[in-house]
Design a protein around this ligand. Structure first.
Ligand SMILES: [Zn+2]
Length: 171
């Protein structure tokens, strides 16, 4: 992956690969480590115990079903990032979330293969709160799916699929 990082952003000298995930500039000493990227996702269940999925509006995986969530921002905890994402994507506030587990993903965007490390949480939503959901940001619609009707072949990412597979097994 670091093959694509050819020039030093500091001095424009050629970068040298030092280790599998590290490039270095021999001119100015710039170092760049390519690390996993923390992300978050919410498994949100309605009163019928169906799971909410959102349809992705933008690449990668445009048109595929996804869990609400996204990238953790700077100065944000995982829980803080998740609550912000839920507000941005669904226009609702979720107070009580429970940690479920973390899964390794794969996210290819504009020529770079990122490796998300996704933290999954679960929550419940009441019918009256569902009425307040308005999809915005990077989702264009949402739907609750019964656990035996999850669209496995139209799910966005491997970490989403793995977490949901484990989730429907245990609940
Ligand atoms: Zn340099």
């Amino acid at each position: 992956m670091l093959k694509k990082f050819k020039f030093c952003p500091n001095c424009q000298n050629k970068l040298k690969k030092v280790k599998k995930r590290l490039v270095e500039c021999s001119n100015c000493g710039f170092h760049f480590y390519f690390n996993p990227v923390p992300t978050c996702a919410l498994i949100l269940e309605n009163e019928k115990e169906e799971i909410l999925l959102v349809k992705r509006k933008y690449p990668p995986k445009k048109g595929f079903w996804d869990l609400p969530g996204g990238f953790i921002d700077f100065k944000e905890t995982v829980e803080g990032g998740l609550k912000r994402e839920i507000k941005e994507e669904l226009a609702i506030e979720i107070e009580k979330i429970n940690y479920f587990g973390n899964y390794i993903g794969f996210y290819s965007y504009k020529g770079i293969n990122y490796q998300p490390l996704c933290f999954f949480y679960t929550a419940k939503i009441k019918d009256d709160q569902i009425k307040k959901i308005k999809t915005g940001d990077d989702a264009n619609k949402f739907k609750f799916f019964p656990k035996n009707k999850i669209p496995w072949k139209r799910l966005s990412f491997i970490d989403i699929k793995a977490a949901l597979k484990d989730y429907v097994k245990i609940v």
